[in-house]
Ligand binder design. Structure first.
Ligand code: UTP
Length: 300
């Protein structure tokens, strides 16, 4: 057994260009699924996995991420006076008391790998998680990160979440090559960022959950700019693997919504609305109505 992760890094300093114009003023991580921003789902998953230190790598425009986890005195006061106990409860304690937040600035958007490197002074010399909040993963049992943290604790390996993706979409993912799987995990032989379908070594795409060993920081220091001119986390992991460091691909249990794309955000909204205690019925009725109206319009 090795150390359990305690720290989770949330790189949220990207520009979010796929959601412009909304992301001109609202960070992608603050886009809501029903009534909670994407970042909240990822933070809950990290805390459930045992993390007590949440490290947000932000840029100077993203005050709203910090504000979200801060106390909102004026709003609390207003809700209290108005007797809105339910809403007050929702915002009063955004995090459990044992959890702390740390904010680190990425001065320039030089890529995911560079963003992770910015967290080095806070993470130090211990295993840690990296979570990309625009990958929303829902599971009835333990969350994806908890599953991966268990595996990392048992093996001391770096653990990378993967799922099968359509071959025509490999150029949107980091793609891993393994020698096969035992249960949910398989040792990674190689890793390449966003390959064209004809060059992809497999169709196993990396999803935004990682458990990394601290050696990744030295690897990132010596990683040059890669795909898209950015410092890629995938390249640093690939160089560690080439040097003999064990990294396992992990097929987590759960449903992943790629909320970094329009359709993924829509899918997540539909699913969470249909599962929602109060919204399920009206959401179903409204979807049926929209489909019926469309069918009539198409028929006319
Ligand atoms: P993406 O590739 O999704 O980029 O980054 P993006 O800027 O967020 O969104 P698009 O593609 O322009 O719409 C993956 C993750 O890495 C973070 C992002 O915030 C996101 O969580 N990131 C990316 C950084 O923190 N810094 C960077 O320089 C780049």
């Amino acid at each position: 057994m090795t150390r359990r992760i305690r720290k989770a890094v949330f790189p949220v300093a990207g520009l979010g260009t796929r959601f412009l114009p909304a992301t001109k003023t609202v960070p992608k991580e603050m886009l809501p699924i029903v009534d909670r921003p994407l970042i909240q789902y990822a933070v809950d998953e990290a805390i459930e996995a045992g993390c007590d230190t949440l490290v947000f790598v932000t840029n100077r425009y993203k005050h709203s991420v910090a504000d979200y986890f801060d106390k909102a005195y004026e709003l609390e006061d207003k809700l209290e006076r108005a007797g809105k106990a339910e809403q007050l409860e929702m915002i009063r304690n955004p995090l459990p008391s044992h959890v702390r937040t740390v904010f680190v600035t990425q001065p320039e958007a030089l890529g995911l790998g560079h963003a992770v490197l910015c967290a080095r002074p806070v993470v130090g010399d211990e295993p840690f998680a990296v979570m990309l909040p625009d990958d929303l993963i829902w599971n009835a049992g333990p969350g994806a990160l908890a599953q991966m943290a268990d595996h990392a604790e048992k093996t001391g390996a770096g653990v990378i979440a993967v799922q099968d993706v359509p071959r025509e979409r490999t150029s949107s993912y980091g793609i891993v090559a393994t020698d096969g799987f035992q249960d949910r995990h398989g040792a990674i032989r190689g890793m390449v960022e966003k390959p064209n379908p004809e060059d992809a070594p497999s169709t196993l795409g990396v999803v935004g959950r990682y458990v990394l060993q601290p050696g990744i920081f030295d690897a990132l220091e010596s990683t040059g700019r890669g795909s898209g001119g950015e410092i890629q986390l995938t390249d640093a992991i690939a160089s560690m693997i080439a040097d003999g460091s064990r990294h396992d691909a992990y097929r987590f249990q759960g449903t992943r919504f790629d909320c970094g794309t329009h359709i993924g955000l829509i899918e997540a909204t539909i699913r969470f609305a249909l599962d929602h205690e109060k919204l399920s019925e009206p959401a179903r009725a409204s979807m049926q109505k929209a489909l019926d109206e469309l069918a009539v319009a198409e028929h006319d």
